[in-house]
Write a protein that binds this ligand. Structure first.
Ligand code: ME8
Length: 518
């Protein structure tokens, strides 16, 4: 069985999650569900990034004394878990960087690197951005604020430990050039390659405890804790059994997909592969950096007060509509603007009009013409125009799988959804063109059976195909088709088959899936 190991970033627990965080999770969950359905043994890991100065400051701000950071993070983590539940994010493991097994792994990796002389003690003289948890050199900032977030930097001059990034620079450049899927999209790969044209500075990987003690202690220097990024990146192997489950680790490592936002690409595409190389481990196969959701052209941030809270959207319009909008509206990789107007347009157009109506019209006809029972799979009249229309619909629906596979494998969620919508639109058009009401009027039962049957088969294929994106609606359509088993047990291969529904089975028409927003 083919395996797939997919990871999300670990979210900082300094504040509650917003639409941007939900976006990464939904993308990971969709890929995970899709490959599971395609027969892969998948493993999706997510979690929380709990150490470092940013979280420590948030703890103090929330009224926790220094030394009680763990109580603070324990109080925040449930908010993340609850939101993932509300968004239907199905992960295999939730890792916290305060898990003892993770901390042990961090220390083990540090020891391996130290024994290879890849870690040394030096003097740090530069700048630090707490909101980004990033070190900057004088040359990079030239008296300006943080190049990433534009906020004020803190000057740091102190003894610290360093990791020899520079030693591996040539190896990394050649690895990126040789492995075209390593950094995606290609324009992000080019950004990293151009960054690597300048010599890499060694990375400062410690903070002295006297200034910042909320972190994993360096095993060879108890007065220091590990720099939060160095600690957090190691989750991808610590949560995969690097120390305690060799069999699992061998099976799933290297990770297939690290899905991240573009702001944390340098950490993932430069620090992380070099850390792995130093520790004698293989780099991940693909790192995909998606864009940002902005509000009126600005990145969402708590301090700007322009956060879109996913819970509010879910309450108003439902989880599936949010999942659909985020993955359909913007090409994965590019930035997108979140607005209620755009959301409502998609909802009323794609969900209520196209998909919702198709389900509703089809099941209404099953009730009206066949007392709610699935008609026999009969061929219509040979060589008729109906036969041509029906073949067109069947071909489009049963060929969908290949398109979905190629688009989702290249992270083109929007393209995958638009391929599904082509089938939905074709089915709606098929109703107009085949005119089942005329067959009913003319008592042409054979053709009427054939039309309704074809529509039901198309709905069956659509409900499997939308499952990775909209698991709740997919299950609802499945149930309306009268299928008792859960949709999560369905396989993608069933979308290539026709006439699988059992004739005579009762359908269960329900209320509209997506009532129009007025
Ligand atoms: O960076 N639009 O955590 P984080 C889209 N702990 N994505 C957004 C976004 C937005 N407006 N805002 C944030 C960290 N994100 C580290 C990761 S991994 C070992 C450590 C995305 O909570 C962001 O790009 O600040 C990132 O991928 C993720 O949310 C977590 O951000």
């Amino acid at each position: 069985m083919k395996k797939l190991y997919i990871t999300s970033p670990l979210y900082y627990v300094n504040a509650s999650p917003h639409i941007g965080h939900a976006y990464t999770q939904i993308a990971c969950d969709t890929i995970n569900r899709f490959f599971k359905m395609a027969g892969f043994q998948t493993y999706f890991m997510t979690g929380t990034d709990e150490h470092g100065e940013k979280v420590e400051k948030a703890a103090v701000k929330a009224g926790y004394e220094k030394g009680r950071e763990k109580d603070f993070v324990d109080s925040v983590v449930p908010h993340f878990k609850e939101l993932w539940k509300d968004l239907n994010i199905k992960f295999d493991f939730f890792i916290r960087t305060t898990d003892p097994s993770h901390e042990k792994t961090v220390q083990k990796i540090l020891e391996i690197m130290k024994s290879k002389d890849d870690i040394y003690k030096g003097h740090y003289n530069g700048w630090f951005c707490t909101p980004c948890e990033t070190f900057w050199t004088e040359l990079q900032v030239k008296g300006k604020p943080c190049p990433d977030c534009g906020r004020r930097l803190e000057k740091i001059e102190e003894a610290n430990y360093f990791f020899r990034l520079s030693k591996y620079q040539d190896w990394l450049i050649s690895h990126i050039k040789k492995n075209e899927d390593f950094i995606k999209p290609d324009y992000r790969k080019n950004e990293i390659l151009s960054f690597l044209k300048n010599p890499l500075e060694d990375l400062c990987i410690s903070r002295p405890k006297e200034r910042m003690a909320w972190g994993v202690e360096l095993p060879f220097a108890p007065n220091f804790v590990t720099y939060v990024w160095f600690d957090a990146l190691i989750n991808y192997i610590s949560g995969m059994g690097f120390l305690d489950d060799e069999k699992k680790f061998k099976k799933f490592w290297p990770a297939d997909f690290h899905i991240i936002g573009k702001d944390i690409l340098r950490h993932h595409a430069i620090y992380w592969p070099i850390m792995l190389r130093s520790a004698g481990l293989a780099p991940p196969k693909t790192i995909f950096a998606h864009g940002w959701w902005t509000v009126k052209g600005e990145k969402m941030s708590k301090s700007k007060g322009n956060i879109v809270d996913p819970r509010t959207v879910i309450k108003l319009y439902g989880t599936d509509a949010l999942r659909y909008f985020l993955l359909r509206e913007v090409t994965f990789g590019l930035d997108g603007t979140f607005s209620e107007e755009a959301f409502i347009l998609r909802f009323n157009g794609d969900l209520a009009n196209d998909l919702g109506n198709l389900v509703n019209r089809t099941l209404t006809m099953v009730d009206k013409y066949f007392s709610g029972k699935i008609p026999e799979a009969r061929a219509g009249i040979k060589n008729s125009s109906l036969e041509g229309l029906s073949r067109g619909l069947k071909d489009k629906a049963t060929h969908l799988r290949k398109t979905l596979e190629s688009r989702i494998s290249s992270f083109d969620f929007s393209g995958a959804l638009s391929a599904i919508w082509e089938v939905i639109n074709k089915a709606n058009k098929y109703i107009e063109e085949s005119k089942p009401w005329e067959c009913s009027r003319n008592k042409n039962t054979k053709n009427l059976e054939s039309i309704i049957r074809n529509l039901l088969e198309t709905l069956r294929i659509i409900s499997i195909s939308i499952y990775p994106f909209m698991p709740v609606s997919s299950q609802k359509i499945w149930q309306q088709l009268g299928i008792k088993d859960g949709i999560e047990g369905a396989s993608l291969t069933e979308t290539e088959k026709w006439n699988l529904l059992k004739a005579g089975h009762k359908t269960c028409k329900d209320k509209p899936l997506f009532p129009r927003i007025v």
